[in-house]
Design a protein. Structure first.
Length: 160
């Protein structure tokens, strides 16, 4: 099957019922997406499918042919962090870090659909579990990233 992952066409020989998580990790070596629970409860495996946050541990890869799949590997780069990644660092969100790729992907989907979320919006959208309990820092980081994303870009000549 052909999958569109991070803007590239990728081939998979996985069986029809193989969850996307295992295609990403085991077959395509995209290991930023983590296995947590295997029942879509924790969110460590969150990716985007056509811009929506999806728990990849329970979705068969074969059901996603023709859809745009985005993983943590394409959220930002070492040279140019996504505003969420920069906010995560500034707010010191990660402790153990295991759940963070899923948290970042869920937060990115939230901000793509709601550029200025309230605390209640964040609490509703962010259903990922974090054993370290950094939920207040996650909320602060999302607000920080929203502010950064909503700033007008400075054009050459200093005028926005």
């Amino acid at each position: 099957m052909q999958l569109n992952i991070n803007g590239q066409s990728r081939n998979s020989n996985a069986g029809a019922s193989t969850p996307l998580l295992w295609v990403l990790r085991d077959e395509l070596n995209l290991t930023g997406t983590k296995f947590g629970c295997g029942i879509a409860a924790c969110g460590a495996c969150t990716v985007h499918v056509d811009g929506q946050a999806v728990r990849s541990c329970v979705v068969p890869a074969s059901a996603l042919v023709g859809q745009k799949i985005t993983t943590i590997e394409s959220l930002g780069s070492a040279e140019q962090l996504h505003p969420l990644q920069a906010a995560w660092i500034a707010e010191q969100v990660p402790q153990c870090g295991y759940c963070q790729s899923g948290m970042l992907m869920a937060a990115a989907a939230l901000l793509a659909g709601n550029p200025n979320p309230s605390d209640a919006d964040i609490d509703t959208a962010m259903t990922n579990l974090c054993r370290c309990g950094t939920y207040q820092r996650v909320r602060a980081a999302i607000h920080r990233a929203a502010t950064a994303l909503n700033k007008p870009a400075i054009k050459q000549g200093g005028v926005a």
